[in-house]
Design a protein around this ligand. Sequence first.
Ligand code: PLP
Length: 394
Amino acid sequence: MIQYLALADVLAEREAAGLTRQRKTLNSAQTCQVEIEGKSYLNFSSNDYLGLANSEQSVKAATQAGEVYGFGAGASHLVAGHQAPHQRLESAMADFLSRDAALGFASGYMANLAILQSLAKKGDLIIADKLNHASLIDGVQLSNAESRRYPHCDLGALERRLSRASQNRFVVTDSVFSMDGDIAPLNEISGLCEKYRAVLIVDDAHGFGVLGQRGSGCAEHFGLNQKQLPVMMTTLGKALGGYGAVVSGEKILVNFLLQTARTYIYTTAMPAMVAAGNLANLELLKQDPSLVEKLRENIHYFRHQSKSELSKFQQINLLDSKTAIQPIVVGENANLLAINRLLETAGILVGAIRPPTVPVGTARLRITLSASHSKKDIDRLIAAIKAALNQVLV
Ligand SMILES: *Cc1c(COP(=O)(O)O)cnc(C)c1O
């Protein structure tokens, strides 16, 4: 009986702590200008880093695939749901990522659960960065392995944990951390994995489309090959503007996951329309690396302008990020919410991230940049933040 669960008490506690979350319903496509309840907003809160979520090509490819392959896949991949666009997407992704093979998943969340649940066994040890994404944390729990966390990007602590163990070891990390935007030192981490014969697992959700000259992600950025980075998870819902994920590496890894991953086997394949849309956007990224360059310019411009325009506000902290995720730590939940309300009134959407997603006392504006923002958009954002900070903090 639901009334035994004290749900109302928990919700009331959250409300009192300023932690209640609300959805906004968009009446438009996901672009840098979105419409909510009849009002238009300049959008700095999506993960659509290259502005591909509403690309003409993906919409057209999805529509055409729908005409051939229908709407639903109708079955799991291993039963009868694996259609030609799924197959093409896996090959194209493996090729673009310079990996031998790739296996497609319905989402990055499911892919991370699959990796950890399938590869790590009872008696093994998983060593994980403290700031890893929730899906990796859940994957660790789902595996029956032992686990240890290390302080964020602390190589000394990681090495100590590696050197004290003798069983099968895995090191698991985000490439780009989703709430801070910083990049894990994967070259050093991969070196430690080699030294201690540990298997490196990297979640490149926010690196793909952002890092590397071609935008193929963290492996390109650090020049890491498949031996150095044996298990890589790449999502398609962020910079690629689509949906789904792939895990890539040697053929044996992909085959092993195909045979054993529960979140691959016991779920319906993504609609072929989605696979076709993903493929079309991948083609755009391949053909036009200037998209990635444009994003990089916007990141640089945003950082330059906010450092000069917001420098008088000692209470805030623009985190040191070179990626599309640009957090400004405000501190208290109440201040963050007040600032966020003013931004919304000014027609600007940013992420307002509070605990438990981030540590208590580090509530932050999470600004995400896209190749499709103009310099004018960024100027407008910074002017609105400045006005809001003047009102709330001064
Ligand atoms: C978004 C995200 C995921 C989950 O990917 P979905 O495809 O959205 O399920 C996994 N890891 C990280 C770091 C993410 O940011």
